[in-house]
Design a protein around this ligand. Structure first.
Ligand code: FAD
Length: 376
């Protein structure tokens, strides 16, 4: 067969690309390794930056988000039993939309009327320099472009002769989903000598928590009792109890990042985690995936209109924001995970005082925490 663009991977990046191409009248085919049921249940991100929502809205892809996602414009640091509220909506005029990733995936699947195949194994790419094709399960599809959106464990990355730079934080986060209402009105970042703890709403009945742990830990090292005791200790403030409930997800994420120095090879262009991973410390990964998807479709549409230059600049345009978000995640990581001895605990306190008492410091932090609006 033949299509214009083969999109590999039906995560936020791939499904955004597919929807935008379809709306631009450019045929595409989506190939996904997992089943539809699986990807519709896969819970990961929850915080979407307002610029990304507005871009999805502009393309008619945000109906579900706008109808169902509550917004949040502040968070709270908890240190030494004290709450410090940080109101970034007041500083920037922008808010996060709280929407479980699998709900966005479902909306994007529903919104996409084009061809998509699930449970596709053994995808291979050929002739990427000139006339690409994709083979799988005895089939062959010729195309003009391949959009490599198959995430951190996909195959597309290996076709790009890029240099990968990596950073390992040397810590783990125990990622938890509790069947329990949120314990606070906003995101909570708990900074504690025992390690970081985080609280993030997902839905009225499901809440995400994180606990810093050793990167080699497994879920078995964290029986439910230990989880709730640690959450209560690290997030403790008077008068705000942690509401527990059955833990429906418990897994250790090793905290690490990587970035490819180029995202394209001939007619193959990577988008999202296929090209760069940022640990979920600052909730940036899905936002970057959407950003790449917007830029990639704009470049492909311009190419069909006779202008190849936008696509030529695709990598550089994406990587600018990627590195801003990497730098921010590292800065935030120092704040969250630095409280290990009395000296660094004091450094963290100094950093927090500057953030909480200087309007200029707060504005600069808030601008990148909520993400900049960009002209697409
Ligand atoms: P993916 O979502 O990984 O999609 C890739 C798709 O490709 C998958 O469907 C996969 O099945 C498919 N695939 C893989 N290999 C193949 C193959 N060989 N052939 C065909 N298909 C293949 N980000 C935020 O912005 N905000 C947050 O609040 C946030 N919280 C997070 C919390 C957790 C616990 C985790 C783990 C991540 C979080 N992230 C967050 C990051 C976010 O989930 C990812 O950045 C996002 O999923 C990346 O989207 P993607 O489309 O690039 O990749």
């Amino acid at each position: 067969g033949r299509t214009k663009v083969v999109v590999i991977g039906a995560g936020p990046a791939g499904l955004t690309v597919a929807n935008l191409l379809h709306r631009a009248g450019i045929d595409c085919l989506v190939l996904e390794r997992e089943t539809r049921e699986f990807i519709e249940q896969r819970a990961r991100a929850g915080f979407i930056e307002e610029w990304a929502v507005r871009e999805l809205e502009r393309h008619g892809l945000a109906d579900g988000l706008l109808r169902r996602a509550p917004t949040q414009g502040s968070f709270e640091f908890r240190v030494d039993g004290v709450r410090h509220q940080f109101d970034y909506a007041e500083l920037t005029g922008h808010r996060h939309f709280v929407y479980p990733q699998q709900e966005l995936v479902k909306d994007l699947l529903t919104g996409y009327p084009g061809p998509i195949q699930f449970s596709v194994e053994d995808i291979r790419l050929h002739d990427l320099a000139t006339s690409p094709s994709v083979t799988y399960a005895g089939q062959r599809v010729d195309c003009d472009f391949v959009a490599g959106c198959d995430g951190a464990r996909g195959i597309c990355q290996s076709y790009v002769p890029a240099t990968i730079t990596r950073h390992d934080y040397g810590i783990g986060w125990l990622a938890l989903l509790a069947e329990a209402p949120p314990s606070a009105r906003s995101v909570v970042f708990g900074i504690h000598p025992l390690g970081f703890a985080g609280h993030m709403a997902r839905t009225p009945s499901v809440t995400r928590y994180y606990l810093q742990c050793s990167p080699g830990d497994t879920a078995d090292d964290w029986p439910d009792d230990r989880v709730w005791t640690q959450l209560r200790t690290r997030l403790a403030v008077p008068g705000e109890p942690i509401i527990d409930g059955p833990l429906i997800e418990k897994r250790v994420l090793p905290m690490h990042n990587y970035v490819l120095d180029r995202m394209s090879a001939g007619r193959l262009h990577l988008a999202g985690e296929a090209a760069h991973l940022v640990a979920p410390i600052a909730a940036k990964g899905m936002n970057l995936a959407i950003h790449d998807a917007l830029l990639l479709t704009r470049g492909i549409a311009a190419w069909y209109d006779g202008d190849p230059s936008t696509l030529d600049g695709y990598s550089a345009a994406c990587l600018g924001r990627v590195w801003q978000y990497q730098e921010f995640s590292l800065w935030l990581s120092d704040l969250f995970h630095g409280s290990r001895d009395p000296f660094t605990h004091q450094l963290i306190q100094a950093r927090l005082r500057r953030l909480l008492n200087s309007r200029k410091a707060a504005e600069s932090f808030a601008e990148i925490y909520i993400g900049q609006h960009a002209d697409f």
